[in-house]
Ligand binder design. Structure first.
Ligand code: EPU
Length: 332
């Protein structure tokens, strides 16, 4: 276990915000976390790769980060394999490992920034696949009393970018391991947009080709946080009612949409682009020019700068379309 006091978090969040925490604890095992919890200074913030956070200032409390980086096969049947992944495993290292080992299920989630523990909290998703489609069990530690608790997939209350760990039990359980149930049989999911075309261009639906295709598509649209601070999609795609959708479509017949539980999903990137914000800046924060869903730190922006831009966009989208955008990024 490593404990650092008055520690910079600049390298711990992909927006690159240069803020500090009173204390930062990197825990490498469940025993270490249990020990740390005995006299921890509150409030407590759990982070993974810091790819979904926007720090509004210094964190007056303890930041907990797992450095459990094991990947173990813990069970298998004729067609499935169960893989226990440490919360601190870099997500894309796990996807690469699955690709090499011939395990299907997470290849469409290639190159998503962040760590495996957070994948189960955020229910990360891309190209028609969500983490919840392949999560079997989430193994956690209760921060209040240090007890271990396993959550089955259905107990996690998964929905689009949502889980029990972001809602009902927010801040109460630290993820230690995620058990992923993967397929030994090919199960390509190529239904999303340009993916199939790119996979064909690379020579057909092998695991390696799908991974490569996803990486190329992402790289063409999304900024590298090492170069330009950002947290991927800043907003979630809103789900609107049929009535709201009809109003939008009557003015914009080309509006993209997808069926979703409870209504119709409209891409927030499209809504933002139509307000004219794509590629524009407000101070040191900007809307990425290739994907309007992504807000970037042009260098030296504070959390307040990014929030000011986000709030302005939310107001403009509301005024133009009557739709209220919610952030995917968590303000801290
Ligand atoms: N669009 C625009 N303008 C834009 C961006 C998008 O018109 O600036 C339109 C596109 O033309 C397309 C539609 O919106 O018709 C969807 O765009 P895209 O395929 O790029 O996906 P998205 O809905 O904008 C979501 C996820 C991404 C994920 C992609 C691919 C959310 C909030 N975002 O974006 O996730 O990579 O689908 O599956 O659901 C992330 O969460 O950080 C992330 C990048």
């Amino acid at each position: 276990m490593t404990i650092r006091d008055n520690c910079s978090l600049a390298g711990r969040n992909t927006f690159g915000m240069d803020v500090r925490a009173d204390s930062l604890i990197d825990w490498a095992s469940t025993d270490e976390l249990k020990k740390a919890l005995q006299d921890i200074v509150k409030p407590v913030l759990m982070i993974g790769g810091g790819s979904n956070l926007l720090f509004m200032g210094d964190f007056k409390g303890t930041v907990l980060h797992s450095t459990i980086t094991s990947i173990d096969i813990i069970g298998s049947t004729d067609d499935r394999v169960y893989v226990k992944v440490g919360a601190g495993v870099v997500w894309d290292d796990f996807v690469a490992w699955c690709t090499i080992n011939g395990f299907w299920g997470v290849e469409n989630l290639s190159a998503i920034p962040g760590e495996a523990g957070a994948s189960a909290v955020q229910n990360i998703g891309a190209y028609g696949v969500e983490a919840k489609d392949v999560i079997d069990t989430v193994q956690t530690i209760c921060l209040a009393d240090g007890t271990e608790r396993d959550f089955s997939n259905s107990e996690c209350n998964y929905a689009y970018r949502q889980s029990i760990f972001k809602n009902e039990l927010k801040g109460q359980y630290a993820v230690a391991y995620v058990i992923y149930a993967l397929s030994k049989m090919p199960q390509p999911k190529l239904g999303y947009g340009a993916l199939e075309q790119e996979v064909e261009r690379l020579g057909g639906p092998t695991l390696a080709n799908i991974r490569q295709a996803v990486i190329s598509i992402r790289n063409s649209k999304l900024p590298d946080p090492k170069v330009l601070g950002n947290a991927g999609s800043f907003f979630m795609n809103p789900v609107v009612t049929e009535q709201e959708f009809d109003i939008i479509r009557s003015n914009y017949p080309d509006v993209p949409s997808y069926p979703a539980p409870g209504g119709i999903k409209v891409p927030a990137g499209w809504l933002i682009e139509k307000t004219g914000w794509k590629g524009r800046s407000l101070g040191l924060a900007a809307v990425y020019d290739k994907q309007a869903l992504v807000l970037v730190n042009k260098g030296g922006a504070t959390g307040a700068d990014v929030k000011r831009l986000a709030d302005t966009i939310i107001a403009d989208v509301k005024q133009k379309f009557g739709v209220t955008l919610s952030t995917e990024v968590n303000y801290i």
